[in-house]
Design a protein around this ligand. Structure first.
Ligand SMILES: Nc1nc2c(ncn2[C@@H]2O[C@H](COP(=O)(O)OP(=O)(O)OP(=O)(O)O)[C@@H](O)[C@H]2O)c(=O)[nH]1
Ligand SMILES: [Mg+2]
Length: 292
């Protein structure tokens, strides 16, 4: 019986890809690994889920949807924003503690047939709160080392709220500094600072937000390959349509800039081949401690 079990083939339910499955995609085609980071409720899951939703209406950003190995995972994340959820106001379910190893997969195709695969992390916000304060905790988010792009979100709603607005930028600033100081990001890393919820922001506090963007660039750009700033809206509000700013961000993400990853320096006898060793660097997100 035990033997039969070990021979069983596990079919993915499409909710998410495990680290090893993500590794398979990376090895089979040029793939951009995007870590979406930010404090709790800053809009991480909505950004990734609604980006997938934008392709429901047809081509977006010069690409068409060409498949996903995590369709149910995307659909679940978008559900509370759909009419069938019978909600009056679109919402997104909070990312759970146990979902921090999840990768979401999106395959896009350009008119000339060029295929782009993107793997997104969906890590819950508390992990980034803790990581901003502790180098050890930051090092547990191992996917940061594998990422081609790291998007650090600034909650737009908080960025225009006077009592909250300094903190809205201080969190992402501390997180970025900690990632750099702990060696999880370095001079080869591509980072995007993304102000979310622009539909709630437009016309208010623009000068403050632009000053803060400049402040972040000045503080960190010398330690990174690229540091760019973006404003996005994933909900429609008045003249602002869902998807604003996503075209530019997506173009940035599908540019796969390789980042040299040093394989772990552990006993070589543990690995049968270089592929096993590479696979071992694919522990996606957080140390088991978060799940205990
Ligand atoms: N108006 C507006 N609301 C947004 C936008 N993006 C996200 N939200 C809302 O912000 C709230 C938090 O969004 P999430 O995507 O769950 O945030 P998160 O960062 O994944 O949160 P955690 O998983 O808890 O860390 C939800 O109520 C979303 O509907 C946006 O562009 N505009
Ligand atoms: Mg989330």
């Amino acid at each position: 019986m035990a033997d039969e079990k070990s021979k069983a083939i596990r079919f993915s339910d499409g909710e998410f890809l495990a680290a090893s499955e993500g590794g398979e995609i990376v090895r089979s085609s040029p793939t951009s690994v995007v870590v979406v980071a930010g404090m709790a409720r800053s809009g991480k899951t909505t950004l990734v889920g609604e980006l997938y939703g934008l392709f429901h209406k047809g081509p977006f950003a010069g690409h068409i949807f060409a498949g996903s190995r995590t369709l149910p995972g995307f659909e679940r994340r978008c559900h509370l924003a759909r009419l069938c959820s019978e909600r009056e106001v679109p919402d997104t379910e909070r990312t759970g503690f146990g979902e921090s190893h999840d990768l979401l997969h999106l395959r896009l195709a350009a008119p000339n047939g060029t295929r782009s695969d993107i793997l997104f992390s969906d890590i819950y916000g508390e992990a980034f709160h803790i990581a901003a304060d502790s180098a050890d905790e930051c090092r547990k988010i191992t996917i940061l080392k594998r990422a081609n792009h790291v998007a650090i979100l600034v909650d737009g709603k908080k960025a225009v709220d006077k009592p909250e607005r300094q903190r809205a930028f201080a969190g992402p600033d501390s997180l970025l500094r900690q990632c750099l100081d702990s060696g999880m990001l370095d001079i080869n890393s591509n980072v995007q600072i993304v102000l979310t919820k622009w539909d709630l922001v437009a016309g208010q506090g623009d000068a403050f937000i632009n000053d803060k963007f400049e402040w972040l660039i000045e503080r960190h750009c010398n330690r990174l390959a690229t540091l760019t700033v973006h404003k996005t809206a994933l909900r429609t509000n008045g003249p602002i349509c869902a998807g604003l700013g996503m075209d530019e961000l997506l173009q940035t993400w599908i540019t796969v800039q390789s980042r040299y990853v040093i394989p772990p320096t552990v006993d070589n006898n543990l690995y049968h081949s270089e592929f096993d060793r590479l696979d071992a660097t694919w522990q996606v997100a957080l140390n088991r401690r978060y799940h205990d």
